[in-house]
Write a protein that binds this ligand. Sequence first.
Ligand code: GLU
Length: 428
Amino acid sequence: MSEHTNAFTMAQKQFDRVADLLGLDQQVREILRFPLREYHLRLPVQMDDGSIRVFQGYRVQHNDARGPAKGGIRFHPGETADTVRALAMWMTWKCAVADIPLGGGKGGIVVDPATLSMDEKERLCRAYVRSIWRNIGPRQDVPAPDVGTNAQMMGWMMDEYSTITGQYTPGVITGKPVGGGGSLGRREATGYGVIYTVRETMKHLKIDPTKTTAAIQGFGNVAQFAAEGFIKQLGGKVICVSYWDREDRASYTVCKDDGIDLDFLVSITDQYGSINKDQAVSAGYTIEAGDEWIAKEVDVLIPAALEGQVNGESVKKIHSRVKILAEGANGPTTPEADEVLKARGIFVIPDFLCNAGGVTTSYFEGVQNDMNFYWTKTEVLEKLDDKMTQAYASVYDMSKAQDVYMRDAAYMVAIDKVVKAMELRGWL
Ligand code: GLU
C-alpha cells in the first residue's frame, strides 16, 4: 500500500476531517488520534519439520473508555503495525456506532495461514495467547476472528487462556465454534449485517431490491453471507464475486450475468476463499481480471476484502448505474475516492456501520458466555437486525440533520459517544 493509502494515515485523516467539523478540543484529538496501548510480539513457533520460525505479532488497544477493547486478529502476510492501528481505531468507532459497551482493539500476525499445517496454526494461536494473555481478558480486551482466522482458531486461543489462568473463560474471545462457547448466528453476522444496512438504504432511496444486482469483492466469510443475504433476503442477483487465487497468486472476478449460484460457488471454494476456477468455467462462469468487479454495471457494489481497494484509480471505473457502495470490508475506500463518490452522489454505507454485525454478535456471544445461557439462532439474528437497524437510523438521521456525507455522520455519532464516555470517566 502506498503512503497515501497507508491505512493508519487514512483513518487519522477521516477522523481529523470530522474533528474539524465538530470543532473538537485539541486534547481530545491527542487521545483519539493514536492508540492508548500497543503490544509488539515476537512469537517463536516450532514447525512440523522441527525448525523454529519466529512470527511478528501485534495487539493494539485504541480506546477502552466505553468498555473492554474489542476486535479481531488477522493472519495476513501484509500486516503491519499501521494496518493494525487503523483497524483498532475503526473498531472504536464501530462499537460506538453499534451502541455496544465495548472499545476498539485489533490484533495481527504477519503470516499467510494457507502456508501452515493445522498443527502449526494451532501452535501459533497458542503462542500468541501465551505472549499476550496478561493484557487481554473479558474485562480488558476481547479478540475475535478476522481475515485469515476462523472459529477453530478462536477455540484454541480460548483454551490456551483458560489453561494458563486455570479458569474456564469463554468470554476472553468471541467467534468461537458453536458448542465450544460460540454463538449461533456469529458466522453469518457480518454478511447479514451488511445486507440489513443495504435493505434500509434501499427503503430510503425507494429502490425495489428484487430488481437489483450486485458485484462483490472477496469471497470469504463476509462476502459469502452478504451474497446469501442479497439473494435470499433481498431477492436481488449477485452477478460476480472476486477472489484471491492462491495457486496463481493473482485475483480474479468470477461472473455470471444471470446471477451466481451461491451454493455451487461455495462448494468449489476452499477455506481461504479461493475458488476452483476450472470448475467455475465448466459450469458456464466467465473469469475476468481481479479488479473488474468494480467496473460492473450493477446497482450495488460490496467491497468485502481488504482496505484501500476503492482508491483514486479504481473509483474512476465505477459504472454510472451504481447507486450504493456497501462497505463490508474495513477501510476499503480512501479519502481521495470518497471525494469522487460524494461528487457522483453514490450512497456510501460506511464500513464501521455497514460491517458492525460481526462485532455486535460477538457482543451477544460475550453476554451469553457471562450468563452461561445460550439463545436460539432466530433470537440472535432478530437482536442483530434490531441493533443494525437502530445504528443505521442514528447515522442516517445525523447525515440528514447535519447535511453531511454518511461517513462523516457515522464519525459524528461515534466520536460523540466516545468523548462522552471519556468525560464521564474523568479522562477529560
Ligand atoms: N473482525 C471483525 C470486525 O472487523 C469482528 C470483530 C469482533 O467480533 O470483535 O468487525
